[in-house]
Design a protein around this ligand. Structure first.
Ligand code: PEP
Length: 245
């Protein structure tokens, strides 16, 4: 199976830049025709990106985060039902750290997202301190403890993103990622039937770029990548896709 490329544009591109990016994709449609790509623009660019991507229906579009609530008095936030999307990211480490989102908050977002969209990405991963204290599996267990007992036909991507590798230029080694993915795989095997497991994909994220993606693509159990900064630069995005196996 070819790998899935989820592009988390964070707050890198404004609406105009996002549309410009999509128009570069459109003029290079053949490269993207058989690729599995998901794009997570900033919320303000979502609607324009969705419209611009209508001519490339294989490219999925999602929200970078959603609120715990579906509607109500939450100034500045965005409900998962604010705009129809294919996917949503929950539990990103930037949300956990900057916005102090704990497991209770991420669980509520996960539930909302699983109800509303086709594919939810749950991000998990340890900080450098936790890694140095040999707590990686403990953190993974805690972050996976919010998984629901059923997925009700929806798809779930568990993105293993060690916090120390996000935006730092440090990529975890293939062996390290393989070991953690294997741990995650065993953990979910004890929760779900084979039928449900076939709807779950495992990703890696953390400073993936055009120089690391080819080697990372060989990691067993890995189905795709969640990529931040390199995904918001069209040239790098293109090169990553060409090198992804
Ligand atoms: C991310 O934010 O999910 C991520 C992996 O970022 P970067 O690729 O920039 O490290």
């Amino acid at each position: 199976m070819s790998k899935i490329f989820a592009a988390n544009w964070k707050m890198y591109l404004n609406e105009e830049e996002s549309i410009d990016f999509i128009s570069k994709m459109s003029s290079n449609k053949d490269l993207f025709a058989d690729k599995k790509v998901m794009i997570f623009p900033s919320h303000t660019a979502l609607s324009s990106v969705k419209n611009a991507l209508q001519i490339m229906p294989n490219i999925k579009v999602g929200m970078q985060d959603c609120d715990m609530k579906l509607s109500g008095a939450v100034t500045g936030s965005n409900s998962i039902s604010s705009i129809p999307v294919d996917s949503c990211i929950v539990g990103h480490s930037e949300r956990r750290i900057i916005f102090k989102e704990d497991e209770k908050v991420v669980k509520k977002k996960l539930e909302n997202s699983l109800q509303a969209v086709e594919t939810t990405i749950l991000c998990i991963g340890e900080t450098l301190d936790e890694k140095n204290q040999d707590k990686t599996f403990e953190v993974v267990d805690k972050q996976l403890s919010i998984l629901p007992s059923a997925l009700n036909g929806k798809k779930l991507i568990i993105a293993y993103e060690p916090v120390w590798a996000i935006g730092t230029g440090l990529v975890a080694s293939n062996d390290y990622i393989a070991e953690v993915l294997s741990y995650i795989n065993n953990a979910i095997k004890s929760l779900y039937s084979d039928e449900v497991l076939s709807e779950i994909n495992l990703f890696y994220g953390g400073s993936v770029d055009e120089s690391s993606v080819e080697s990372l693509s060989t990691i067993p159990l890995l189905d795709g990548f969640l990529i931040g900064s390199a995904s918001a630069d069209f040239k790098k995005f293109e090169n990553i896709l060409k090198k992804m196996r």
